[in-house]
Design a protein around this ligand. Structure first.
Ligand SMILES: Cc1ncc(COP(=O)(O)O)c(C=O)c1O
Length: 389
């Protein structure tokens, strides 16, 4: 048996969808991207949604649109994909890392206030693996200090907090459609925004700073005249091939999310007796989107003193699963220990103990909508055997 960490769900509808732009000849950002944006906005309950080439470019546009500049500081979690911090660096600003909560892998909200300085302009909470960060105290802190909030909702399609979908709390929300995510367009991203002016600026910035899109220009009068370019923009557009794929994926999004949640709950039940594996928690009032099913390997209470030994043990376990054809992964990584940040800012793991422990001991299990009971049973049985071995 070969069990990947995840796989996208594509059917004849996706195949037909990507044929349509090929047949029409309009393959760059166009009618299908527009339709995908509308479907996505309706699903998450966002006033505006603008598609991009990835979540990283969505985040980059969001920080640019909010005016991030050299000398500014932005608070980001210490355990997240590196691009959450990279987009702050791209603008010449400084990411200030905050440690995370080991139970949820999300930012430790109790430690946020201590990171605020006179230079702080914003906070980027990450809804890691599909579980919303504890949004309300973050919004309260931001309001007290006049900070903007960009939700890194890369993993948060299908994630709800207090009855509202991720990406509808902050000034902007940024989603990913990379194939590791629940719905995919190959590469792709989306920026949600409540304010029309921010949405308009984001749309302009993704398109070289143009005053109107190619589609609007081609469909309107005087299409022979180029747009005006009043902003320093980028080419961060989604193609219509991806947009069409996104529309087809949206048609089955509810089913994909429901199946992933059902599989996750089945894992919860099958693994409940393993005291050495902490399975994902879902705080009251949250709906987990289960972009990934990420556990913490904890045969002992993890500390900085025993983490390297436990890390070697976890890797041994993962290698045994790999031998059986089962793919596992660490949940994500801690940017604070990656060379660029560790060297530039002189960061040490001891400053972010939970992020470091999460980096070393997290363990994502295979999860996809079309997973079978037999595959899942095999993963669980193999986990038990691997630990015994
Ligand atoms: C938390 C987080 N932020 C940002 C990204 C970047 O997304 P993309 O690959 O679409 O650029 C990812 C990707 O995995 C992520 O997990």
């Amino acid at each position: 048996m070969s069990i990947p960490i995840t796989k996208p769900f594509f059917g004849p509808e996706e195949l037909r969808a990507v044929q349509q732009p090929l047949e029409s000849g309009w393959v760059v950002q166009g009618p299908f991207v527009k339709q995908f944006e509308e479907q996505f906005a309706a699903f998450v309950g966002a006033r505006h949604a603008a598609a991009t080439s990835s979540c990283t470019t969505a985040l980059h546009i969001a920080v640019a649109a909010l005016g991030l500049k050299p000398g500014d500081e932005v608070i980001v979690p210490a355990f997240t994909w590196v691009s959450t911090a990279n987009v702050v660096e791209y603008m010449g600003a400084r990411p200030v890392f905050c440690d995370v909560d080991l139970a949820t892998f999300n930012v430790a909200v109790g430690q946020l206030a201590a990171q605020v300085t006179p230079r702080t302009v914003g906070i980027v909470p990450v809804h890691l693996f599909g579980l919303c960060a504890d949004v309300q105290p973050i919004l309260d802190l931001a309001a007290r200090h006049g900070l903007w909030v960009i939700e890194d909702a890369a993993c948060a399609f299908g994630a709800w907090y207090g009855g509202r979908h991720a990406g509808t709390f902050g000034d902007a929300g940024c989603f990913s459609f990379h194939p590791r995510k629940s719905i995919t367009t190959g590469e792709g991203g989306m920026i949600t925004a409540a304010r029309a002016d921010l949405d308009a600026l984001a749309r302009s910035l993704r398109d070289h700073g143009a005053s109107r899109s190619d589609l609007a220009r081609h469909q309107g009068k005087a299409s022979f005249l180029l747009s005006e370019y009043n902003h320093l923009g980028y080419n961060f557009r989604m193609t219509d091939l991806q947009g069409a794929l996104g529309c087809a994926q949206m048609q089955r999004a509810a089913w994909i999310l429901a199946e992933r949640a059902r599989r996750a709950q089945r894992y919860d039940a099958l693994l409940a007796d393993l005291d050495w594996l902490a399975t994902p928690v879902v705080p009251a009032g949250s709906v987990h989107g289960y972009q990934a099913y990420v556990c913490l390997f904890r045969p002992e209470e993890p500390t900085l003193a025993n983490v390297e030994r436990l890390h070697a043990w976890r890797n041994e376990l993962m290698a045994r699963l790999e031998e059986r054809g089962i793919a596992t992964r660490q949940g994500t990584h801690a940017p604070v220990i990656q060379g660029y940040y560790a060297v530039k800012y002189g960061l040490r793991p001891e400053q972010f103990p939970n992020a470091y422990i999460a980096d070393r001991l997290s363990l994502a299990l295979p999860l996809y909508a079309q997973m079978t009971d037999a595959e899942q049973d095999f993963v669980c049985a193999s986990l038990r055997e691997a630990l015994r071995a």
